[in-house]
Design a protein around this ligand. Structure first.
Ligand SMILES: O=C(O)c1cc(=O)[nH]c(=O)n1[C@@H]1O[C@H](COP(=O)(O)O)[C@@H](O)[C@H]1O
Length: 296
């Protein structure tokens, strides 16, 4: 459903907003990860003040070039209350610049507690309001129930960790569940299937609001991730880290994600941010160009 067809009191879904954003601005998402060494390279203090400045400069470079940014909250949280204060500013500046903000918080907990995390990041008008957040489902997919409902009510998105890009993930995510005497799906495959099913049961339109995180560095066949299932309308958006610094090539995105490439968000942090504050806009333009060519 588009904004034009939504009723006056009906909230536009995140999936619909994301679909429009990808159409207008393409697939690249710029990560806002003020690592200590990057703050130093950028000539900024290693403090909340430096992380604030860093975030605002990334927003400035990203605005008008891409549609999505992903602040990694740990790099702000480490400075305590003031870190959160400046993060609020960065998130607000990004949203005011017309960017969709995915808060990379990777929260997971028992259902009722997780819902409180959801309220913090997804409630309209609250200080940390973002457009979407990342969730960790490894206390059980059903712990997400209330947060899924909350996101739907507010037109927000969720990106659920399914197959993460870090090499250590295999010890958990490739494990196969046992059903009676039968070997079932991998843990990662089961999470992705639940996300796809949720979209089909609760969403209309081309793109759903519940996405999955799939590392671009992985072998999805080995992991038993059914990309065709994720691509079936309303398709699950895929947040895809692993490009640039972790080794995946931007130009291979369609090859890697196949049927779900149209709803894939290509996210990169260090690979872009290492260009420094003076080179960032150019680095973003370069990868936008590569992706435009790849998706042509
Ligand atoms: O959810 C994420 O964003 C994420 C999931 C994952 O599987 N792997 C992963 O690297 N990330 C995040 O994506 C970003 C990747 O950063 P770069 O490797 O510098 O591009 C970091 O903020 C990570 O926390």
């Amino acid at each position: 459903m588009t904004e034009a067809t939504a009723g006056a009191d009906e909230v536009q879904s995140f999936g619909s907003r994301l679909s429009e954003t990808i159409e207008r601005r393409g697939h690249l998402c710029v990560g806002i990860d003020p690592h200590t060494y990057l703050l130093e390279e950028w000539g900024l203090p290693v403090s909340a003040v430096g992380a604030h400045e860093f975030g605002l400069r990334v927003v400035e470079a990203a605005a008008g070039r891409v549609g999505v940014v992903k602040p990694q909250v740990a790099f702000y949280e480490r400075f305590g209350a003031i870190g959160y204060k400046v993060l609020e500013d960065v998130v607000t500046a990004a949203r005011e610049a017309g960017l969709l903000v995915i808060a990379d918080v990777k929260r997971g907990d028992v259902d009722s507690t997780l819902e409180a995390y959801g309220e913090a990041w997804l409630t309209p008008g609250l200080p940390l309001e973002a457009d979407a957040m990342t969730l960790n489902p490894y206390q059980g997919f059903d712990t997400l129930a209330h947060t899924l409902g909350l996101a739907k009510t507010h037109g927000k998105g969720l990106f659920i960790l399914a197959a993460t890009s870090n090499p250590e993930s295999a010890s958990v995510q490739t494990a196969r569940r046992v059903r009676g005497s039968q070997e079932g799906r991998t843990v990662a495959g089961g999470i992705a299937a639940r996300a796809a099913k949720w979209n089909r049961e609760h969403e209309t339109g081309d793109m759903g609001s519940v996405g999955v995180v799939l590392g671009a560095t992985l072998d999805f066949e080995f992991l038993d991730i059914d990309l065709e299932d994720l691509a079936r309308a309303p398709s699950a958006p895929v947040l895809a880290p692993g490009f640039g610094h972790q080794g995946a090539e931007f130009s291979r995105v369609r090859e890697i994600f196949g049927p779900v490439a149209p709803s894939t968000i290509v996210t990169a942090s260090r690979g872009l941010l290492r260009a420094g504050q003076d080179g960032l806009a150019e680095a973003i333009d370069r990868q936008v160009g590569v992706l435009e060519e790849t998706y042509r």
